[in-house]
Design a protein around this ligand. Structure first.
Ligand code: HEC
Length: 229
């Protein structure tokens, strides 16, 4: 009697254990095969008017090329699903890049990093208002601008008087013919090696385009424009 009930108890436990394993496996399987949520709807709303800044025919060519890449993905049958998804993601980014190249200014432009295309940056810079006080905080903070540009170290031009020097010296250099002060400042920060201030080496960090948002850059420019002593 006792023996039987122990065996019964043991087999019940065993059954429970198997059940738990199966449920667990089911959960894992359910996670593995999670279906994407329904096709995301494209956001509605009227975008700001855009000045098309690229050749319309070229825009169509590139859009067709991207559409062909999407068609070729064969996402549902691919054995290399990870690679397919990676490509899907990158085609999406390429579409965004194409739109940006052609003059599109996204609603969240102020909080996006600016990238390295100075001409494109200059077209979007007017959409935000620079705050010189915040620019000074950035300049003296982690970006390290002040580390090179302040003090008596002869490694970089001093911060004080930057704007005056731009107007009275830099923009008189034939190499910078036609530049506006804002253009010079943006290029100096995003692409420092493009024009080297005479007497200085090419040592300024050149990855600020990947680190600064449009708002950060506008703030830095506003701060440097205030250096007119
Ligand atoms: C590692 C040192 C270093 C750091 C960090 C640095 N710079 Fe510079 N910067 C230089 C040097 C050297 C030059 C002069 C050579 C040249 O034109 O690139 C220069 C030139 C400039 C100029 C042109 C100044 C003029 O008198 O014409 C500006 C504007 C400028 N930097 C802004 C910045 C800002 C803003 C930051 C931070 C986001 C920064 N720099 C960080 C070294 C540095």
């Amino acid at each position: 009697m006792i023996k039987t009930s122990t065996r019964h108890y043991t087999s019940t436990l065993f059954a429970l254990f198997i059940g738990a394993v199966l449920i667990g496996a089911g959960l894992v399987a359910a996670q593995d095969t999670a279906t994407p949520s329904p096709t995301p709807a494209l956001p509605t709303g009227t975008p700001a008017p855009v000045d098309l800044t690229c050749d319309p025919a070229e825009l169509m060519n590139q859009q067709n090329a991207l559409a062909a890449q999407l068609q070729a993905l064969k996402l549902d049958t691919s054995e290399d699903a990870g690679q397919s998804l990676d490509k899907l993601f990158k085609v999406g980014e390429a579409y965004q890049e194409l739109a940006l190249t052609c003059g599109y200014i996204p609603a969240d432009a102020a909080t996006r990093t600016v990238g390295k295309d100075v001409a494109r940056i200059l077209k979007t810079l007017d959409t935000v208002t620079g705050d010189p006080i915040n620019g000074q905080v950035l300049y003296n903070g982690d970006l390290g601008c002040a580390g090179c540009h302040l003090g008596d170290a002869p490694i970089a031009p001093p911060t004080e008087g930057t704007y005056t020097r731009i107007e009275e010296e830099r923009l008189k250099d034939p190499l910078l013919a036609g530049y506006t002060p804002e253009q010079y400042l943006v290029e100096s920060i995003i692409e420092p090696a493009h024009y080297l201030v005479p007497g200085f080496q090419n040592v300024m960090i050149n990855n600020f385009g990947d680190r600064l948002t449009l708002q950060d850059l506008a703030d830095l420019v506003a701060f440097l424009e205030s250096q007119d002593s």
